[in-house]
Write a protein that binds this ligand. Structure first.
Ligand SMILES: CC(C)(COP(=O)(O)OP(=O)(O)OC[C@H]1O[C@@H](n2cnc3c(N)ncnc32)[C@H](O)[C@@H]1OP(=O)(O)O)[C@@H](O)C(=O)NCCC(=O)NCCS
Length: 158
C-alpha cells in the first residue's frame, strides 16, 4: 500500500508548479481549441504567474506538495486577497495539480483540505477557485469538497 504525505513546498518544487499551471491552463480551454495553443506560450504565461504571485507576491502565499512513497505526485498553491466586493479577506487556490498516474487516490482532496486549513489559519473566511467549464474532474473535486458555484464567466470568441 502506498503512503501519501503532504509537506510544505520549497523553492525546488517550482518546476512542478510550472508544469501544473501549464496543464491547468490547457484544461481551462475548450477541448476543440486545445490543439491550437502553443506550449511555449503556456510556459511563458505560467512563468509570469509564478513571478506575480510568488517572486513578487504582494501578500501571503503557500504551496503544499503531495508525495507518494516519498516521490512528488501533486501540489496546491494558495494565496489570500482582499475582496473588491465586500472587503473580506478571501483565500484563492491559484492551482492544484495531481500527476495523471496518481489521480483518483484521494490526493486532490488531501491537497484541498490543506489549502482550506492554511486559508483558515490566515484568517480568511472563504476559499475560491476558478475552473474551466469543461474540466469535469476539477469541478467534481471541488463539489466533493463542499464548494458551490458563485459566478459564471461567459465568452463569445471571434
Ligand atoms: C482535478 C484533480 C486535481 C483531481 O485530483 P485527484 O487526486 O484525482 O482527486 P481525488 O482522487 O482526491 O478525488 C476526490 C473526489 O473528487 C471527485 N473526482 C475527482 N476526479 C474526478 C473525475 N475525473 N471524475 C469524476 N469525479 C472526480 C470524486 O468525487 C472523487 O472521489 P472518489 O474518487 O471517491 O469518487 C486532477 O484531476 C488534476 O490534477 N487535473 C489536472 C489539473 C487540473 O485540472 N487542475 C485544476 C485546475 S482548475
Amino acid at each position: 500500500m502506498c503512503v501519501i504525505t503532504i509537506r510544505p513546498g520549497t523553492e525546488e518544487d517550482w518546476d512542478l508548479v510550472e508544469e501544473g499551471l501549464i496543464q491547468g491552463s490547457l484544461l481551462t480551454e475548450r477541448p476543440e481549441r486545445r490543439s491550437d495553443i502553443s506550449h511555449a506560450a503556456l510556459r511563458e504565461q505560467a512563468r509570469k504567474t509564478i513571478d506575480k504571485f510568488h517572486i513578487n507576491a504582494k501578500g501571503p502565499e503557500a504551496t503544499f506538495v503531495a508525495e507518494v512513497d516519498g516521490v512528488r505526485a501533486g501540489f496546491v498553491w494558495v494565496t489570500t486577497e482582499i475582496s473588491l466586493g465586500n472587503g473580506d479577506l478571501c483565500g484563492w487556490v491559484l492551482e492544484i495539480y495531481v500527476l495523471p498516474e496518481h489521480r483518483r487516490k484521494g490526493i486532490g482532496a488531501k491537497l484541498m483540505s490543506e489549502a482550506e486549513r492554511w486559508t483558515k489559519a490566515s484568517n480568511a473566511n472563504s476559499l475560491w477557485i476558478n475552473a474551466g467549464a469543461n474540466n469535469i474532474a476539477a469541478i467534481a473535486l471541488y463539489e466533493h469538497m463542499g464548494f458551490d458555484i458563485e459566478t459564471v464567466h461567459m465568452s463569445k470568441r471571434f
